[in-house]
Design a binder for this molecule. Sequence first.
Ligand code: ADP
Ligand code: MG
Length: 684
Amino acid sequence: MDKLLKESVQYLKGVGPSRVKQLEKLGINTVYDLLTHFPREYENRNNIKKIRDFMVGENVVFIARVSTRPEIRRKGRVFSLTYFYASDDTGRIRVTIFNQPYLNDKLDIDKEFVFYGKVEESKGRFEIVNPVIVEKEKMDSITGFYPIYPLTAGIKNGYIAKLVSELLDKKYVLPEILSTELRKKYNLCEVNFALEQIHRPTKFENIEIARTRLIFEELFLLQLALLSLRNRNFEEKTGIKFEDTEYTEFLKILPFELTGAQQRVIGEIVKDMGSTRPMNRLVQGDVGSGKTIVAALAMYVAVKNGYQATLMAPTTILATQHYEELKKYFSHFGMTCDLLTGSTTPKNKRIILEKLKNGEIDILIGTNALVSDNVEFKNCGLVITDEQHRFGVKQRMKLNAKGENPDVVVMTATPIPRTLALMVYSDLDMSIIDELPKGRIPIKTYVVNETLEERIDKFIAKEMDKGRQVYVVCPLIEENEELDLTDATNVYERYKNEVFKDYSVGFLHGKMKKKEKEEVMQDFKDGKIQMIVSTTVIEVGVNVPNATLMVIENAERFGLATLHQLRGRVGRSSLESYCVLKAKNMGKETRERLGIMVKSNNGFEIAEKDLEIRGPGDFFGIRQHGLPEFKLANLLKDVKLLKLSNDAAKEVLAKDPKFETEENKVLKEELFTKYNEQLVNIGT
Ligand code: ADP
Ligand code: MG
């Protein structure tokens, strides 16, 4: 990228220190950031009209002369009003301007100006308040499609528009990363045409042409980055070949039979393990589909072949749970298993690290504590990440680097349509567990409003009296009157001290110390606590099969993905389970959205329905998938371009896998600037 583009915005005219800070809030630090701060929409200012044809309420552009001397009124020291009439050959309109007394010097009588604003009516006359006024020579700057930018407090749209426009006038250009050939083939315009047109479109059609080009570019770079990661995995043929991929012995000690989907997926995994090519596999499975045991089987195979294996989970609670569940299986085969988290004592940690290094530990389960530098394996052959969307690409890469080209499995419960996943995760092979264990009864889900509180309390009591356990999840910990959220503390106190005095009620929230959280969770698992009131910290993966009721307060505040994950905490056995979604002020959309939860227990289906109602909102938020954010592209809306960019990336890589040709020089540079971190991390 050109040096000029990397320059800080602070050197631009009109950008002082306080502006620098404001711009930073918009993610704008450099000239490049500013140029690629794209409009979110446009105001159509092509409606050039004669005054006679004005209609009240419409936005118009018109050319008129100042026909009466501007009259200024001051109210107090800071407030001024300017009035005058503007006329063309068809009529006149009153113009009112607030607080811009400096304009008065320019508004010479009979001089022509171009105005833009909204026609209003006052006492039977046309009036326009605070219009944009420019001299006739500058007409182009206000007609056409006017860009509306994403803004932040203190920054006005006109300010950004002007800064960007000045850069474009000064002929700042972006590097062209797409060859003429590619542009022709995919029908894309040149990058600087796109840049100019997205900010200052001369025709409506050009906005789309520009956006298409720029979105393609974003997606194309992502695809290239992912695909070249994948290529590198193919090339390094030094991966481990696990000779013995037999795991039936392990199945014999399980208290259940694998589902067909689990069998298929473990089959896919061991097939990869048995080949010399390093495995890179994503396992997608809805909540409760039984991913953990699949991970365990793979680790078993690795250890059987004389290697170590490791499993990383996003929270201590989860890591501990995996450890508790799996160690009994491993010990059956004389395999040693240990747990490393942020709450492991220094002394224990030292012992674990020592044992790990000399190979006395076969399987290490933990949190991101596993990633730290002093964690050294003797010979790690398999690395598994659970709930991978909770980790950044970087953390995953770091863990993978703990072995010498180990086989890698990442697991996720975030549903994403298959076509999309194939491209978003194009550096990974995919396995899908699309079946729940037998005997699972769909969770009965109800949507209720506050008036039913008492009945719900009775229902909760009934479940607990049957010996079952209950979760109550609230959106926040502390009172926030502004948002009127039911506060978890209040709920907890009401249940503990009033409604369920005779039961044991626990409290779990994000501000507790790790250790405290673990204790509460452990007590819940052990059945010492019957009800747990919690914020969303219990969201992922927690497994307490005896819990059969999930009550969610202010359910309307949660996205469906989260609700589905939360609901997945119950229905983890053959016991009938329930989910109660409490909502306040239910509008049509809320009703419809929560209705989806009532009708479906399938994460993929819920994702799709949610999409139909809300459009591609946060549901597939990029962050959830540990991928970079885009400026323009939307992975769901732009599926077509995603597919095309995927094709194009494959073509480029097929011809020039290492970006060595002159033609791809600029492309390579751009790729490194944007995806530096990921590519560097794996030793490019
Ligand atoms: P998730 O895919 O959400 O991580 P888990 O691996 O935690 O799901 O499994 C959920 C529960 O289902 C666990 O209690 C697990 O022991 C159990 N389970 C897994 N596979 C089966 C199966 N094939 N049959 C019955 N129960 C199973
Ligand atoms: Mg899980």
